[in-house]
Design a protein around this ligand. Structure first.
Ligand SMILES: [Zn+2]
Length: 444
């Protein structure tokens, strides 16, 4: 494939690292100055830390800039200029879109977009979709609610920008969406991993449709949850749909910041638009070398209404030692986002990431997609209960599945589990984002 056909932006995606870093420094200084001059929230934050925008001269200096987090954004909102409060960095008249976070972790964060910022969001998604192979001949189906949450809105506009034909599957239910996909022979799809699996299940059970055989989907963009970077979950989705599944990550506050390319060797950071730093979860020290997991701290460069500077994303990942064969110079994160700092918790003194449980459950073909993990305390002892559902036909095979599960969980997570088996279809199903991990221990 010619270089111009391989990348959405051949210049930026293959920029030599040194030039890319110069560009990042320039953009960082620019957004820092913008926020300082236009947002009372940021100005107060930096003044209290004794920081002036001019103090940042090198990439290493960036570590001196105070971090931000969701609770700070929440606290600043609900005041004048209502409802965005003191983070808003443009006159209210320039705001053209309202969005909000999904509120899964509390009160939603309001998110204003100007027309220019919104165009930036679509542009950033276009890098991902183009890398996933979306082209002007694709007919793309979007099965999401088109509501006040940001979800796949920018994906819609990015697909249009590439020249695809976009089918908005908004208020239709799952069955109607599937039938429409079949009728229109749509070739690409964007959804959360939970919904990608759920749709395939509905297609088979309720409509007698085998997505891999009877539908025309050849590529799927998975976002909103870690699934597409968990190998066993990715494999399930790809087999069910007969399609390639690519990961894409972002957050309302930060925008879309990472994507998988067709080499599927990890997650490329969209470094022309973002600075991603990794820091040690406990010490906060910067991690620049591959192989050590930490928390991602992310700066968004070119979005001006609601600046997002050194935002503690709580996402956990690590740098990859590899260069990608796609020849993009954007750095790779190994294994994508493996979990959330909020969900990674010490159980029986061992650090447990829920994604490693998912990897085991979905790697066992006798088990269905759904599972639930509940951590409780019995006296002084932590107890982890894992609820699973054998697929139809495997009900009498519980003992064999149990020993397989126990062995693999021990290897993968170093912990013992209380296993509970449920009839297929009885664990909760989720339409968008799943909540499968529950820590019911009282926090001291
Ligand atoms: Zn690549």
């Amino acid at each position: 494939m010619k270089k111009v056909e391989r990348y959405w932006n051949p210049v930026l995606e293959t920029l030599p690292r040194e030039k890319l870093q110069q560009l990042q420094l320039k953009k960082f200084k620019n957004i820092l100055k913008w926020a300082y001059e236009n947002s009372p929230f940021y100005q107060r934050l930096y003044k209290e830390a004794g920081l002036e925008p001019g103090d940042i001269k090198t990439l290493d200096d960036i570590g001196k800039v105070p971090k931000t987090e969701k609770s700070m954004l929440r606290e600043a909102q609900g005041r004048e200029p209502y409802p965005y409060g003191s983070i808003l960095s443009v006159p209210l008249e320039q705001v053209t879109e309202y969005r909000q976070t999904s509120g899964t972790t509390g009160q939603p964060v309001y998110h204003p977009e100007t027309w220019q910022d919104w165009e930036w969001s679509a542009e950033s998604w276009a890098y991902a979709l183009y890398a996933h192979g979306y082209r002007d001949y694709d007919r793309v189906f979007l099965p999401f609610g088109y509501s006040i949450n940001i979800a796949f809105w920018a994906g819609h506009y990015a697909a249009e920008k590439i020249g695809c034909e976009v089918v908005p599957g908004g208020v239709l239910n799952t069955e109607a969406r599937l039938l429409k996909m079949q009728e229109l022979r749509t070739t690409a799809l964007m959804a959360t991993p939970t919904y990608i699996l759920g749709m395939a299940d509905t297609a088979r059970k309720k409509l007698g449709i085998d997505p891999a055989r009877d539908l025309y989907i050849r590529k799927i963009t998975a976002a909103g949850e870690p699934g597409a970077c968990i190998p066993a979950t990715k494999k399930r989705m790809e087999e069910m749909w007969g399609a390639k599944v690519y990961d894409q990550v972002g957050a309302t506050e930060i925008g879309h910041w990472g994507f998988e390319c067709q080499a599927q060797a990890g997650l490329h950071v969209l470094e022309a638009f973002h600075l991603v730093e990794i820091e040690d979860i406990e010490s906060g020290q910067a991690i620049t070398e591959p192989g050590r997991r930490g928390k991602l701290v992310i700066t968004t460069f070119d979005r001006f209404a609601h600046p997002c500077i050194r935002f503690d994303s709580k996402d956990i990942s690590e740098w990859s030692p590899d260069q990608c064969q796609c020849e993009r110079t954007f750095r790779l994160l190994k294994g994508g986002v493996v979990g959330r700092a909020d969900d990674i918790t010490k159980v029986k003194g061992v650090l447990l990431a829920p994604s490693s449980i998912e990897e085991v459950v979905r790697g066992i073909p006798e088990l269905g997609d759904e599972y639930e993990v509940i951590v409780t305390k019995k006296g002084d002892i932590d107890v982890i209960t894992l609820k699973v559902e054998p697929v139809p036909g495997q009900e009498n095979n519980a003992e064999a599945i149990k020993s397989k599960l126990t062995d693999q969980l021990r290897v993968k997570t170093g912990l013992g589990y209380n296993l509970e088996f449920y009839q297929y279809g009885s664990l909760p199903r989720y339409d968008i984002k799943a909540k499968r991990f529950k820590d019911l221990r009282t926090k001291e």
